[in-house]
Design a protein around this ligand. Structure first.
Ligand code: NAD
Ligand code: DAU
Length: 352
């Protein structure tokens, strides 16, 4: 079946894996990647698909309502998979308005364009909004986020994502826009920008630099290999029920300190270093303000309704991820030149 799918944020970490999955699997679809190429967007992530006949890249900022509407008029998409966002919690603490503009206003611009383009016929159309488990706030020591957990965001990032989710649902309820929302836990894998915990620690182990652990390190996240997130998006985009949300997770909780120790163990082994060498780089630093204690996803809905399960264990996924970074040092070098150094100094200090 011929379809045109707009994927926003396709040059980013998760978006590039979604683009690859769709371009390779659905050769009869036209995949149009819309990305503003911010510090987090990188066309190197898509080198292997950029010459495929069913792939097009357009540099476009989703904050520009007119530009977005014009793109919808040109491409007449059947579906939208919306990943473009400012995605880093620490940056949202420093510059919250940027998060409102891209994550909230940008999403509303896309919703308006979809509504206008599909106003005469919504048959076969779908707006898939890719969101996060952070909208649910924090868990205590026990319990899991379900699709019915009330929203309770704490950071400017999660507040902006929660707001965007509400707008997506409001356009479904008010205007009948066909939508699905997915709320996923922490991703990791190839192409992860080294401002987030796992790639930052891989980079710092390589460079023998401190591994900054916020607070007491007992904060807990539920980690999913990025390729498994892309598979889940494919499944929900095609088979999810109109108007519904699906949580995506790996039933794979790690306290940050335990995760970083496992990462050090695997890296020492792969780099041929004496065991526990890298662990000595662990450094406790000032906590993140408003830091959520624990995220953990109840992924039973997507599992029972759509038959979804992750394909790799965390240890396997982490090993694949480290191997990817070890064999893609040029990628790492390229993304950490320029603005990255300035960000790093502001976030962690000159010695960090
Ligand atoms: P990322 O920061 O790696 O990539 C974001 C992409 O969006 C980049 O390519 C960037 O250039 C683009 N972008 C940013 N602002 C834009 C704008 N104004 N116009 C057009 N493009 C713009 O993010 P990611 O980690 O790949 O996350 C992708 C999506 O998945 C986000 O919506 C995020 O909230 C969500 N999510 C992320 C995770 C995670 O663990 N990383 C987990 C759950 C959900
Ligand atoms: O839960 C999904 C979310 O996961 C996504 O919506 C976000 O886009 C994504 O960035 C991620 O958010 P987190 O804040 O959980 O990810 P991050 O990698 O920044 O941090 C993971 C944990 O590690 C968190 O408890 C903070 C801690 N941390 C992070 C950094 C960068 C540290 O201890 N030290 C660090 O230097």
């Amino acid at each position: 079946m011929n379809k045109t799918i707009l994927i926003t944020g396709g040059a980013g970490f998760i978006g590039s894996h979604v683009v690859r999955e769709f371009v390779n699997k659905y050769t009869d679809y036209q995949i149009v990647n819309i990305d503003a190429l911010t510090y987090a967007g990188n066309l190197e992530n898509l080198k292997d698909v950029e010459r495929k006949p069913n792939y097009t890249f357009i540099k476009q900022d989703i904050r520009d309502a007119e530009g977005i509407l014009a793109l919808f008029k040109t491409y007449q998409p059947d579906g939208v998979i919306h990943l473009a966002a400012e995605s880093h919690v620490d940056r949202s603490i420093v510059a919250p308005t940027d998060f409102v503009m891209t994550n909230v206003v940008g999403t509303v611009n896309l919703l308006n364009a979809a509504r206008e383009t599909w106003k005469d016929n919504t048959e076969g159309k779908r707006f898939h909004h890719v969101s996060t488990d952070e909208v649910y706030g924090t868990l205590g020591e026990t319990g899991l986020f379900t699709e019915h957990t009330p929203y309770d965001p704490h950071s400017p990032y999660s507040a902006s994502k929660a707001s965007s989710d509400h707008f997506v649902r409001a356009y479904h309820d008010t205007y009948g826009l066909p939508i699905v929302i997915t709320n996923c836990s922490n991703n990791y894998g190839p192409n992860h920008f080294p401002e987030k915990l796992i790639p930052l620690c891989i980079l710092n182990v390589l460079n023998n630099k401190p591994l900054p652990i916020y607070g007491n390190g007992k904060y807990t996240r539920d980690w999913l290999f990025v390729v498994d997130h892309a598979r889940a998006i494919d499944l929900v985009f095609h088979e999810g029920n109109n108007g519904e949300s699906y949580n995506i997770g790996g039933f794979n909780e790690w306290k940050n300190i335990d995760l970083v120790r496992e990462l050090c163990r695997q890296m020492d082994e792969k780099l041929g270093r004496t065991s526990e060498t890298s662990e000595q780089l662990i450094t406790y630093v000032k906590d993140r303000p408003g830091h959520d204690l624990r995220y953990a996803i109840d992924a039973s809905k997507i599992n029972t309704e759509l038959g979804y399960a992750p394909s790799v264990t965390f240890e396997e996924g982490l090993s694949l991820t480290i191997d990817w970074f070890l064999s893609n040092r040029e990628w790492l070098q390229n993304v950490t030149s320029g603005g990255y150094q300035k960000y790093y100094e502001e976030q962690y200090g000159k010695q960090g």
